[in-house]
Structure formats: structure tokens, C-alpha cells
Design a protein around this ligand. Structure first.
Ligand code: SAM
Ligand code: GLN
Length: 289
């Protein structure tokens, strides 16, 4: 790269080829997001300034980002944040990067809290990570309050920071601890969780971006991936108001097991919500029929 003039357009094309050869899934998008990070600009800037040359410093900083990305470090970790539900969340190696799939869970909860409870009440978010789920809910339901739990103190620090940045700190309480344990004597309008759900044996086969960079404790859930669901389904019933529900993100082929767990533990109606690919993605267990 030294000596040559590198414009935004030329650099993006070069990156796309380089990332494609490196086997990355979204080479163009990754290059654009990294370049925006270096230039501190929105993506639209890249398109209207295709011929803008980069300074030496910008080029050096971009090169460092490229180097990290070809080693499969996730883009969100390189730039330090990720968009979720139209909001910006700080993330780091202690938090799962919020996934688009999880927006299905948040949207399902918003629509049910809006019609049923006028958005009033307190929800609990178990395994909050960056705070993506509960802070989005608070942002879109202005009368809601939330309590969040995570086993990881480092993740809670990130979630607290996100609450500050989004101006939501006064409506959320943070608890460090094991699943329902720190809040077991309280009652909620709903309990929501995207717990770890990957079977131990599947971890080795995950994408390197996930396997080598995201916290394993955010992903793995015993031999069949159901460890955390068993605890939530068994324990949450007494902590939810009579017209309330437990809403869970699930992995591929886990819906039947969740339905059976719900029946075993005396839950009422079981709703299953599919994602955009038609895969069962969310299970909602209502306290009543
Ligand atoms: N809610 C975030 C999201 O959807 O992006 C993060 C979900 S991540 C799949 C699961 C989270 O559960 C991680 O933040 C992890 O630290 C937390 N976790 C793992 N074991 C836990 C436990 N025993 N008690 C509470 N939280 C736990
Ligand atoms: N959907 C995540 C993944 O792709 C898994 C998250 C979880 O275990 N809750 O790796």
C-alpha cells in the first residue's frame, strides 16, 4: 500500500477481494464498516466521497483493522459497538455480540406487553450480556422497568455503560449472579432470556469468529443445549404475574423440547414464533391457558 494513493473506492474494492480470498462471509460490508470506523463517518459518506484519498494515518489505522479481521476477529469487536433494534450498543470480549435473530424475541415481547399490559410493569432479562434485550425494551416501552441478571461482572459493566449511553439508567437495575437466584423472591410482568443454548459438542464446529472470540460462557449449555432452559422453565413460574409470560430465544430444533418442558412444569399456553428464515426462534410460555 505504501507510496500509492488510496481513495475510498479503491480501498473498498481491494478489501473486498482480500476478505473474499480470506473466506470471510460479508467482505464488502466488513470493509465499509471498518472504514467508517477509521474515518469516523456514516456509511453514506463512503458513497459520496468515493474519490477521497486517505491520509497516511488513516491508512495505517485501517490496515491494522484489516489485519485483525482476517484473523476472524468480529467486526463488532474491532469497532467496539453493534447496532441492534436501531440502537447502538457497546460490546467487548465479555459480551455476546447482539444478533439480528434476537430482534425477533424483542419484537415479540414488545407486541405482547403493549397489548396486554400497556407497557407497564417490570420485566427481568436473564443473561443480559450487553443489555441489548432489556435496554431495547425500555427504549421502545417508556413505562416499563427492568431488572437484569448476568453471571459475568464484566458484561454487567458493559450493560451499565449502554444504559447510561441510551439514557435508560433510571429504569434498570443490575444484578450479578446465577440465573434466577438473585431475584427469586420478586415478581415480574414477564421474564425474558436469550440464554446460552449451544450443545457442548457443537462448539468446535462454530464459525471461528464466534468460537475463538466470543465468550464461551455466553454460548455453551451442557450436553443437549437445554441446561439453562430447564432451570428457567422450572423456576420462573412463581416469579411471574398471573397474566404474564416467560419469553425465550431458542436454537434450531429446540422448540419441541421447550414445549414439553413447559407442560412438565405446569405452564399454560405455549406460543412459538418463527424467524425470517422460517425457523422456530422464540418460545413464549404463558402462565395461564
Ligand atoms: N442477552 C444478550 C443478547 O441477547 O445479546 C446476551 C445473551 S448470551 C447468549 C447469554 C448471556 O448469559 C451471557 O451474557 C452470559 O454471561 C450469561 N450467562 C451465562 N451463564 C449464566 C448464569 N449461570 N447466570 C446468569 N447469566 C449467565
Ligand atoms: N445465536 C448464537 C450463535 O449464533 C447463540 C446464542 C446463544 O447461545 N444464545 O452463536
Amino acid at each position: 500500500m505504501a507510496g500509492e494513493v488510496w481513495t475510498i473506492g479503491k480501498l473498498l474494492k481491494w478489501t473486498e477481494d482480500y476478505f473474499t480470498k480470506a473466506g470471510l462471509d460479508t467482505p464488502r460490508l466488513d470493509g465499509e464498516v471498518l472504514l467508517c470506523h477509521v474515518l469516523k463517518k456514516e456509511r453514506i459518506h463512503l458513497y459520496v466521497h468515493f474519490d477521497q484519498p486517505l491520509t497516511k494515518e488513516e491508512l495505517a489505522q485501517y490496515k491494522a483493522c484489516i489485519k485483525e479481521r482476517v484473523q476472524h476477529k468480529p467486526v463488532a469487536h474491532i469497532v467496539g459497538h453493534k447496532e441492534f433494534m436501531g440502537l447502538d450498543f457497546k460490546v467487548n470480549e465479555a459480551t455476546l455480540i447482539p444478533r439480528p435473530d434476537t430482534e425477533i424475541l424483542v419484537e415479540a415481547v414488545i407486541s405482547r406487553l403493549k397489548t396486554g399490559q400497556e407497557g407497564v410493569g417490570t420485566i427481568a432479562d436473564i443473561g443480559t450480556g450487553s443489555g441489548a434485550i432489556c435496554l431495547s425494551l425500555l427504549n421502545y416501552l417508556p413505562n416499563l422497568k427492568a431488572v437484569t441478571v448476568d453471571i459475568s461482572p464484566e458484561a454487567i459493566e458493559v450493560a451499565k455503560e449502554n444504559a447510561e449511553l441510551l439514557g435508560l439508567s433510571d429504569r434498570v437495575e443490575f444484578c450479578q449472579g446465577d440465573m434466577l437466584e438473585p431475584i427469586k423472591d420478586r415478581r415480574f410482568t414477564a421474564i425474558i432470556s436469550n440464554p446460552p443454548y449451544i450443545p457442548e459438542g457443537d462448539i468446535a464446529g462454530l464459525e471461528p469468529d464466534v468460537r475463538d472470540f466470543e465468550p464461551i460462557s455466553a454460548l455453551v449449555a451442557g450436553p443437549d443445549g437445554l441446561d439453562f432452559y430447564r432451570r428457567l422453565v422450572a423456576g420462573a413460574g412463581n416469579m411471574i404475574a398471573d397474566d404474564g409470560f416467560l419469553a425465550l430465544e431458542i436454537g434450531i430444533n429446540q422448540a419441541k423440547a421447550l414445549e414439553a418442558l413447559g407442560q412438565e412444569h405446569g405452564w399454560g399456553r405455549c406460543e412459538i414464533v418463527k424467524d425470517l428464515a422460517g425457523i422456530d426462534r422464540v418460545v413464549i410460555l404463558w402462565k395461564q391457558k
